[in-house]
Design a protein around this ligand. Structure first.
Ligand SMILES: *[C@@H]1O[C@H](CO)[C@@H](O)[C@H](O)[C@H]1NC(C)=O
Ligand SMILES: *[C@@H]1O[C@H](CO)[C@@H](O)[C@H](O)[C@H]1NC(C)=O
Ligand SMILES: *[C@@H]1O[C@H](CO)[C@@H](O)[C@H](O)[C@H]1NC(C)=O
Ligand SMILES: *[C@@H]1O[C@H](CO)[C@@H](O)[C@H](O)[C@H]1NC(C)=O
Ligand SMILES: *[C@@H]1O[C@H](CO)[C@@H](O)[C@H](O)[C@H]1NC(C)=O
Ligand SMILES: *[C@@H]1O[C@H](CO)[C@@H](O)[C@H](O)[C@H]1NC(C)=O
Length: 480
């Protein structure tokens, strides 16, 4: 009897403990030190979805080791709607008293939101594809420089590989618009031509994209530089694959925004898996991939059925940076102080990524050039502003000579570059007015009327011509 009573008491006790816990839980969720943070993303875009999931995961993880509890208040706003972005930001600030705003992806929207943020001292960290930036930027020019780095690295790659012309294809948006201003001067100095510069409206139908590619495919230059966001990029590359343009004889160079799509190790949510053999790309140097990061990426794949790219990691670390800044004395109730604490962020995450927001923008001036080979990507060179392109990052010093990359593998599993027209020049110099070869210089200089006419013709050709001159041995007097 006593035993039964004891048992019932025990049961009663455990039920009440459970009840107390249940009663406590909601009150924990509403703890006063919970910090509301506004998030403005375009949840219709691939990037927006990934960032949204990555932020959610980061909040869960960060809560385990900081006292700060961040509560995300998410707003889904189309990237093209600056007014809606501003409306949502002001609602987040006034009604929800958010302490910081993350997003948007687009700088026009960011411009509106930062005005509101300044008035109410709410730091705004926006997510351009070049990595999180704090607004307002400490100096607008520093922002501009960083945006151009990836294009400078690409230009150096093109030069090192000896290409004389490329076809730049970019999305006709504010993001895509950086390409030409950043590239044109660098390429001109290198003597590399941009031909058939093509802007693609992100709202183009698949048929329209096919048409553009069919036209481009008829040209002689088959070195394509693609600068797009993921949404348009996926459709574009799929279309190129359907036109048989991903095989031998074509070279593809991708800017940062598409780089995560080529990762052959990515298994889920990557429709381009297997398409990108031989493609070249640039991305921030990312050589410190920890085991924890691989593990978290597979967990992310499994849980959200999508890929956590470097871009998603930046969003993840932004939450950590924000949580750390909020722990600093005085930063929890003073927006200006919070902002300057975020500016001071510099840590290496468990992912192995160095997250340095000094200067208000993620430092990623060291870039790597990679090549997709089979089931892996191989890094074939590194670029930073001080050294330009180098083959080996740790050796650092700029290698002399033009060819500073490891040999890439081209689409179609070939080591041959897309073909170049080789033009033989007889070196007899019997009619120097017509054509003469001066072999005292490297490269050999060619002069004369025939040569000048050739150059003029190339200039007015309706298509670009990749060519080189090959002086023929000075054997027969006739030079036939
Ligand atoms: C965005 O994240 C929230 C959790 O923070 C989740 O409930 C929601 O489903 C996500 N939306 C999308 C479109 O991924
Ligand atoms: C986000 O908003 C767009 C309209 O701008 C809508 O089509 C889409 O379904 C929304 N997505 C989510 C996850 O709410
Ligand atoms: C490429 O450029 C040439 C002239 O430079 C032009 O005739 C041709 O139509 C262009 N092709 C495309 C697809 O824009
Ligand atoms: C790589 O990441 C680990 C884990 O965060 C870090 O301890 C280490 O310093 C990093 N190494 C480099 C070279 O950044
Ligand atoms: C080729 O030979 C002729 C005479 O046989 C000479 O005049 C000419 O300079 C030579 N050309 C070169 C490039 O050596
Ligand atoms: C240049 O031409 C001269 C004359 O034909 C020849 O003696 C010499 O070996 C050539 N030099 C080179 C580098 O081909």
């Amino acid at each position: 009897m006593a035993e039964l009573l004891q048992k019932s008491l025990k049961a009663l006790l455990s039920v009440s403990v459970a009840l107390v816990l249940l009663w406590l839980r909601p009150s924990m969720a509403a703890k006063p030190d919970e910090v509301p943070v506004g998030v403005i993303l375009d949840l219709n875009s691939e990037l927006g979805k990934m960032v949204n999931n990555s932020l959610a995961l980061a909040v869960e993880d960060t809560e385990r080791y900081t006292a700060t509890k961040i509560r995300l208040i998410i707003r889904n706003v189309s990237q093209n709607d600056a007014v809606a972005a501003a409306g949502n930001a002001s609602e987040l600030i006034e009604k929800h008293k958010v302490r910081a705003i993350l997003g948007p992806q687009n700088s026009e929207q960011a411009g509106f939101i930062v005005e509101l943020g300044l008035e109410s001292q709410v730091p705004v960290i926006w997510f351009p594809i070049t990595g999180p930036s704090l607004l307002p930027p400490p100096s607008p020019s520093s922002n501009q420089g960083l945006n151009c780095f990836q294009f400078q690295a690409i230009a150096a790659t093109i030069e090192a590989l000896g290409w004389q012309s490329i076809v730049p294809i970019f999305e006709d948006t504010e993001y895509g618009g950086h390409l030409i201003p950043c590239l044109s001067n660098v390429l001109k100095d290198m003597g590399i031509r941009m031909v058939n510069i093509t802007a693609i409206d992100p709202d183009s139908t698949d048929v329209e994209i096919d048409d553009i590619l069919v036209k481009l495919n008829n040209r002689r230059t088959h070195v394509f530089l693609v600068h797009m966001s993921m949404d348009l990029g996926i459709r574009f590359i799929q279309s190129a694959e359907e036109q048989d343009m991903m095989g031998e004889g074509y070279a593809w160079i991708l800017t940062q925004g598409l780089s995560s799509l080529t990762d052959p190790q990515v298994t889920t949510g990557n429709p381009l898996k297997g398409y990108m053999q031989g493609a070249l790309g640039v991305r921030p140097m990312d050589s410190n991939k920890t085991r924890w990061r691989r593990w978290t990426q597979s967990y992310f794949d499994y849980r959200f059925n999508s890929t956590l790219s470097v871009y998603g990691w930046w969003a993840y670390h932004t939450i950590e940076a924000l949580a750390m800044a909020l722990e600093k004395p005085g930063a929890d109730n003073n927006g200006t102080k919070l902002q300057s604490e975020i500016w001071d962020t510099n840590f290496t995450g468990l992912s192995g990524i160095n997250f340095n927001l000094k200067g208000g923008q993620l430092d990623q001036s060291v870039l790597e050039v990679y090549n997709v080979i089979g089931p892996r990507e191989r890094v074939i060179g590194y670029w930073k502003p001080e050294t330009g392109l180098v083959q080996n990052f740790s050796k650092g010093a700029k290698i002399s000579g033009k060819y500073q990359l490891k040999d890439p593998l081209w689409p179609g599993d070939t080591l041959d570059k897309p073909p170049k027209l080789r033009i033989g020049v007889v070196a007899t110099n019997s009619f120097p007015e017509l054509v003469s070869v001066d072999n005292s210089t490297t490269p050999v200089m060619i002069h004369g009327f025939a040569f000048n006419v050739f150059l003029k013709v190339v200039d007015v050709l309706p298509f670009p011509l990749d060519y080189e001159f090959v002086p023929l041995p000075n054997k027969s007097r006739s030079g036939s």
